[in-house]
Design a protein around this ligand. Structure first.
Ligand SMILES: Nc1ncnc2c1ncn2[C@@H]1O[C@H](COP(=O)(O)OP(=O)(O)OP(=O)(O)O)[C@@H](O)[C@H]1O
Ligand SMILES: [Mg+2]
Length: 284
């Protein structure tokens, strides 16, 4: 491997799967694989531990199983074989000790007839939380994404980036411990995406929010992540892992730094390798 950052422990294939002491990993994927009903092998067996507080990004060619892995982590689908643990327990235990998941999709999927505040309040209403308790949480979540002045607006009165902010506020309002995002900013222009990335990295840092993020953008992956997993297709699997050893704050100065450029170059090379037919065809 062409090491652009000498001494960096970029390839973490040998990383231990579980941590014996300290806080439990948020999620452990234990030889989990996914074969769909039509016989498509979406994911080869995957082993992965997601540390508490980590910002983990999945990147790779289309069809390499990023969304499938994210849906397994969200328990939206079940593995065909292997298993997953959430904070060392079953998914049925999620919700205990205040451990919650939130999922943000690529489309903001807002209710058109409800105002911003109504959309953000929805998960709390579904949980039967009384209005008096919910309202301050809704106000706080809307303020965190910078939309306080728009809380009485309807979705049709918002830009694409603002709608995405509402979607993020709706995820944050439940105070999740695990935030799962599938290409949330993929449809936005680069300027808006950078702005939302800035906000997301701040929210992640403030809340120590374990995040699993899917993107096709090399720059976004390097800017946001503490660890990046490059996946390859046919079958979907982990190709390589990169640690982004950069503390806070992550801001424009980081984007402009030679270090950022070096990470992006390395990741770009890895993605090209992961997209080669030979990489895609090889069994994991
Ligand atoms: N419900 C399904 N039934 C059958 N095959 C599926 C299903 N969902 C996904 N697949 C297949 O599994 C593989 C992985 O799909 P997945 O959506 O996870 O890829 P992805 O990495 O998210 O791609 P993209 O970058 O295009 O979003 C693909 O070959 C896809 O066609
Ligand atoms: Mg996908």
């Amino acid at each position: 491997m062409n090491a652009l950052l000498p001494g960096e422990p970029l390839d973490e294939k040998a990383r231990p799967m579980t941590v014996a002491s300290g806080p439990p990993p948020a999620v452990e994927v234990l030889s989990a694989e996914k074969v769909f009903a039509n016989g498509t092998r979406g994911l080869a067996p995957i082993d992965l531990a997601i540390a508490d507080g980590e910002f983990l990004t999945l990147i790779g060619p289309s069809g390499c199983g990023k969304s499938t892995l994210l849906k397994l982590i969200a328990n939206l689908i079940e593995p065909s074989d292997g298993r997953l643990l959430w904070w060392r327990g079953d998914f049925a235990d999620v919700g205990q000790e205040g451990r919650r998941l939130a999922f943000v999709f690529q489309e903001p999927t807002l209710m058109p007839w409800a105002r911003v505040e109504g959309n953000v309040r929805l998960p709390l209403e579904l949980a039967d939380m009384p209005r008096a308790k919910a309202d301050p949480l809704v106000r706080d979540a809307i303020a965190r994404v910078g939309l306080s002045a728009f809380s009485r607006h309807f979705p049709r009165q918002l830009s694409g980036g603002m709608k995405m902010r509402v979607s993020i506020a709706r995820a944050l309002v439940t105070s999740p411990n695990l935030l799962l995002m599938d290409e949330p900013f993929g449809a936005l222009d680069e300027f808006t995406r950078n702005k939302l990335d800035d906000d997301l990295v701040r929210l992640w840092w403030e809340r120590k929010l374990t995040t699993v993020f899917v993107t096709h953008s090399i720059y976004e992956a390097v800017f946001l992540s503490t660890r990046i997993i490059v996946m390859a297709a046919n079958p979907g699997r982990i190709f390589r892992t990169m640690t982004i050893d950069q503390g806070q704050p992550r801001d424009q100065a980081f984007r402009d730094s030679p270090r950022f450029a070096a990470y992006c170059r390395e990741l770009s090379t890895w993605l090209a390798e992961a997209s080669l037919p030979s990489a895609a065809g090889a069994a994991s």
